[in-house]
Design a binder for this molecule. Sequence first.
Ligand code: ZN
Length: 135
Amino acid sequence: MQKILTLHTDRRSGLYDITSEVVALIKASRINSGLASVYARGSTAAIMIQENWDQSVQNDVVTLMNKLVPSGIWEHDHQDNNGDSHLKAGIIGPSETIPIINGNPGLSTWQNIFFCEFDGPRERREVVVTIIEDK
Ligand code: ZN
């Protein structure tokens, strides 16, 4: 089963919790055991599993990436001024694979799935969710 989730983002950089949408697809698949691949389409976005308790961790991820990868100093900035966005997305990576255990995502209590925006705001971002059964 494969579905495309869409979302819009409202700032240049930020983490957006997409856990409930992914859980709904896993439930709809009726698969008891398997894998869910969550993949961000776009070279300036990423997927990260991260703590969901408090917004501070999400803010800290953005702060970390801004410290690691300052803007405005990259060769690619001459093309479309978002060299840092591509590098941040590349470091985190475009996808995560989540085990499906007894029909539920095998996330711990404090793990959620986040879409990471590094070149927003965007009207439409796409996340491909592919669910495969373990037979
Ligand atoms: Zn670019």
